[in-house]
Design a protein around this ligand. Structure first.
Ligand SMILES: [Mg+2]
Length: 261
C-alpha cells in the first residue's frame, strides 16, 4: 500500500514542479487553497467585528473598555472608510427630518442638545495615532490634543447644527469637558465652523466625580426646571442620551472607538 502512494505522491510532485516551471506565473494549487482559507477567516473576523459593533451601538455591550484586538483593523477601516461617513449622514438626516416635523412653540424654550466630542468635533486625528480605541484611554495625552483646539467638525453634524439653528431651536451644547477647558472648547468650535450656540455647559468642580449619565441628566433636569422643552438630543454615547429629563427624540451617532459610562 505504501509503494503505490509513494509513487502517486512523487508523480504529483513532479507534475506540480513541471507545471510550476512551465507556468511560473500560475500559483501552485496549495497556495490557492490557502488564500481561499485566509479569505474565509477574514470574512469570519469581519462578521464577528460587525456583530461586536452592532452590540456596541445598540448599548447591549455595556460597559466595554477597549475594542477587541482582532477588530483593530476592522474599526480602522470603518472609521476611515465610507461606513462611518454614511452612518453619520444617516443620523443627521433623520434628526433633520424629525426637527422639521416638530411644531415649535415659538416661546424660545424649545431646545436641541448637542454633545461636543465625536458629535460636533472629530478626534479621529488623535485616535489615528492611538489605535482607534485599541489603546487604553490616556486622559493626559488626550487633554494635550484637546488643548490644541484643532479638532475638525463632523461635517454632517455641522450641517444639522446649522439647520437646527435656522429653525429657531435653542441650541445647548452639553459636554463632559471640564469648565477649565471652556476657552479652548469655544475656540475649537468656532475654528470648526460652529457658531451662535445659546449655552455651552461644561463640568463644574461639583460635577467631576459624577458619571456622565448622572452629570448630563442633572443638567437636563435643570433645563426642564427652567421651563425648557428638550425636543432633540444628539450624542455619540448613550450616556449623552439616557437618564432623566430625556429628550423627545434621541439621535445616537456611531462611535466604536470608546465607551463613556
Ligand atoms: Mg461625545
Amino acid at each position: 500500500m505504501i509503494l503505490p502512494r509513494l509513487f502517486l505522491f512523487i508523480s504529483l510532485f513532479s507534475l506540480a514542479l513541471s507545471n510550476e516551471q512551465s507556468n511560473s506565473h500560475i500559483l501552485p494549487r496549495p497556495l490557492i487553497l490557502e488564500t481561499t482559507h485566509l479569505r474565509e477567516l477574514d470574512n469570519e473576523v469581519k462578521l464577528q467585528c460587525t456583530s461586536w459593533r452592532f452590540a456596541v451601538e445598540a448599548n447591549n455591550l455595556n460597559p466595554w473598555k477597549q475594542i477587541p484586538l482582532e477588530c483593530a483593523e476592522y474599526v480602522e477601516d470603518y472609521m476611515l472608510g465610507r461606513g462611518y461617513k454614511l452612518d453619520l449622514e444617516r443620523v443627521s438626516n433623520e434628526a433633520g427630518v424629525y426637527a422639521k416635523s416638530v411644531e415649535l412653540s415659538g416661546d424660545g424654550k424649545d431646545v436641541w442638545v448637542f454633545d461636543v466630542d465625536e458629535t460636533l468635533l472629530s478626534h479621529l486625528p488623535y485616535y489615528a495615532d492611538h489605535g482607534y480605541g485599541l489603546e487604553i484611554f490616556d486622559p493626559v495625552e488626550f487633554d494635550k490634543w484637546v488643548g490644541k483646539a484643532l479638532a475638525p467638525p463632523l461635517e454632517p453634524s455641522l450641517k444639522l447644527y446649522n439647520e437646527i439653528m435656522g429653525m429657531g431651536f435653542q441650541v445647548f451644547l452639553l459636554t463632559g469637558r471640564s469648565e477649565k477647558q471652556r476657552n479652548v472648547t469655544e475656540e475649537n468650535l468656532i475654528n470648526a465652523g460652529f457658531q451662535n450656540w445659546d449655552k455651552l455647559i461644561l463640568r463644574g468642580s461639583e460635577d467631576h466625580e459624577k458619571l456622565a449619565t448622572v452629570y448630563k441628566s442633572d443638567k437636563r433636569d435643570e433645563m426642564v426646571k427652567e421651563g425648557y422643552k428638550i425636543i432633540g438630543n444628539s450624542g455619540d454615547q448613550w450616556s449623552d442620551l439616557l437618564g432623566s429629563s430625556m429628550s423627545n427624540r434621541s439621535f445616537k451617532l456611531p462611535n466604536p472607538m470608546y465607551f463613556i459610562p
